[in-house]
Design a protein around this ligand. Structure first.
Ligand code: ASP
Length: 309
């Protein structure tokens, strides 16, 4: 049997340690542990990597602590527009949704796009029609309301500014979420889900739902979920870049992940991080920001829940 492993993230950011209260830190750690352990249990029960990453991401989407699902940031119009993607490394199947509203678990809708449509990427009204056809309940905006997110939006509303949750240097909540896993057959999968950037407009879409940019999985190499300033991760095609560095340059998961985050994305001044697993169950979680909410577990004894460097 292959090494079972899972890694999750709740966003990379410039959170300053002294500004985080002990209680809040404990809440984040607890939420990360619950999501990580639930995904790992799926693997231990013989489940697939794709089931494991969906499970973990759904739990992260259900907590208002992170910028995905419940707790998604506000757009310039005071709405929530969410993006998500999921990919299986065994057959390169992928599904993604963008600019969706009212869906409790965008990651599951992305999975339905992968499994129940002929397509890979559905956006906006069309994605919402697909959701309705699939019988999804449409939640009211109240479900997504979060006071901290609202205040973040108020501070830049009616300006040209927009911000990544994680560029807020106070104890604000931040965090796109993601998960990557390797199952007993050595199949890998990746899932990513986000509310994007506060005060975003013009139908802005980040890297998270873009296959190869913020999310990618390939059994030949690795599964990757990114977090950070999406524009840079799109331009750097970062998730696929990690896979390419392994496939074409023969780099290890660790070396390829570090090269992407500590060198290549920095060359275009991008900030953020990623989580990755390979089909041998190795895990890498580099970031070039002050922190990244992250957790990992493997059948070889890895057990990490961490926020800062
Ligand atoms: N990468 C996401 C985006 O740009 C944001 C994040 O990672 O928090 O939409």
């Amino acid at each position: 049997m292959k090494t079972l492993s899972i890694a999750i993230h709740g966003g990379a950011g410039t959170l300053i340690k002294g500004l985080m209260t002990q209680e809040l830190e404990a809440e984040y750690r607890a939420a990360l542990k619950v999501a990580r352990d639930a995904g790992f249990e799926v693997l231990q029960d013989g489940g697939s990597a794709v089931d494991a990453v969906e499970k973990s991401v759904k739990l992260l989407e259900n907590t208002p602590l992170f910028n995905a699902g419940k707790g998604s940031v506000f757009t310039a119009n005071g709405t929530h527009e969410m993006d998500a993607a999921i990919m299986e490394g065994e057959n390169l199947k992928a599904g993604a949704v963008s600019l969706i509203t009212g869906i409790k678990n965008p990651v599951s809708l992305a999975r339905d796009v992968m499994e129940k449509s002929y397509h890979v990427f559905l956006a906006g009204d069309g994605a919402m029609r697909f959701a309705k056809d699939q019988g999804y309940e449409i939640k009211s905006p109240d479900y997504f309301y979060d006071e901290v997110r609202y205040q973040q939006w108020q501070s830049i509303k009616d300006t040209e500014g927009f911000q990544l949750d994680h560029s807020v240097k106070k104890d604000g909540k931040f965090g796109t979420v993601g998960a990557v896993a390797c199952d007993k057959n050595g199949n890998v999968a990746a899932a990513t889900s986000t509310g994007g950037m506060t005060n975003k407009k013009w139908g802005r879409i980040g890297d998270s739902p873009i296959i190869g940019a913020g999310n990618y999985a390939n059994n030949k190499t690795c599964a990757v979920s990114c977090t950070g300033s999406g524009e840079f991760f799109i331009r750097g095609v970062v998730a696929y870049d990690v896979s390419c560095l392994m496939e074409h340059k023969g780099m290890s998961l660790e070396a390829a992940s570090n090269e992407a985050i500590h060198k290549r994305i920095l060359e275009i001044k991008g900030d953020g991080g990623l989580i990755a697993v390979d089909s041998n169950g190795n895990i890498a979680m580099p970031f070039n920001t002050e922190g990244m909410y992250r957790a990992a577990k493997s059948s070889k004894g890895i057990d990490i829940i961490s926020i800062y460097k």
